[in-house]
Design a protein around this ligand. Sequence first.
Ligand SMILES: Nc1ncnc2c1ncn2[C@@H]1O[C@H](COP(=O)(O)OP(=O)(O)OP(=O)(O)O)[C@@H](O)[C@H]1O
Ligand SMILES: [Mg+2]
Length: 259
Amino acid sequence: MAVVSVNRVVKSFGNLVAVNDVSFEIREGEIYGLLGPNGAGKTTTIKVLMGLLDPDSGFATVFDIDPQDDPIGVKNLVGYVPEEEQLYDSLTPRELFNFITSVRSLSREKTSKRVRGMVKAFNFKDYYDSMIVTLSHGNKQKTMLIAALLHAPRLLILDEPFSGLDVRTSRIMKNILRIHTDTGGTILLSTHVMEVAQGLCDRVGIIANGVLVGEGTLDELRKQSQEEGATLEEVFLALTQQEDEVREGVDILREALTR
Ligand SMILES: Nc1ncnc2c1ncn2[C@@H]1O[C@H](COP(=O)(O)OP(=O)(O)OP(=O)(O)O)[C@@H](O)[C@H]1O
Ligand SMILES: [Mg+2]
């Protein structure tokens, strides 16, 4: 059974087709990376999976549940870290985690153990009792990740989880993702960091202008783009047809910025 299944999903905003007939599947235990330029449709696809947006046509399932029919059922099985911070400013992380434990009716003992482990690993103790509004961007990211993992979800959906994290935290984060899959979990993450995707993801889907333009392991993508021995960054730029644009852009910049 596919953990995530996206079937011919189309989602428009007015005249703009943000996601255009996208299909892919994620298997149990996989780390699947959704890559694409700014505005490609990654977040929109993720929001369809979380039941936050309804597709115009096509459908998605998460553990065979359609988020349109049962968004709560999906949320119970998924730990979601959105692209933009969504936190209660006036709570402290401790209060937030207690609140989530209570509304989700989780075992206090089990969540305390998880929180203790993550607070230690993230070096987060000093911020644990500070109001969320006072936290730095990276510390808010850590708060969201801990919150998303409290209910021991089987699937993690992370929209650019590495943005703004320091070196140590990124390393810890990668380990958390590995531990999650080692213990039977599955991950969908979107990222712009090609090194992260290349080192971490079992398979990636590359989306450009709402269309899935490539999918597979790095080797499969090299074949698709006819870029033998290329890095994921090179494959990505080839498949999203940005190689020439980058070259031209650099030439123009060199001219424009010359003193
Ligand atoms: N609520 C909205 N109303 C109108 N247009 C939207 C809305 N949400 C997204 N879009 C548009 O849909 C397209 C896809 O956006 P999306 O956020 O999915 O891109 P993305 O791949 O996540 O980009 P990024 O890498 O910048 O996060 C963009 O052109 C965006 O401007
Ligand atoms: Mg996005």
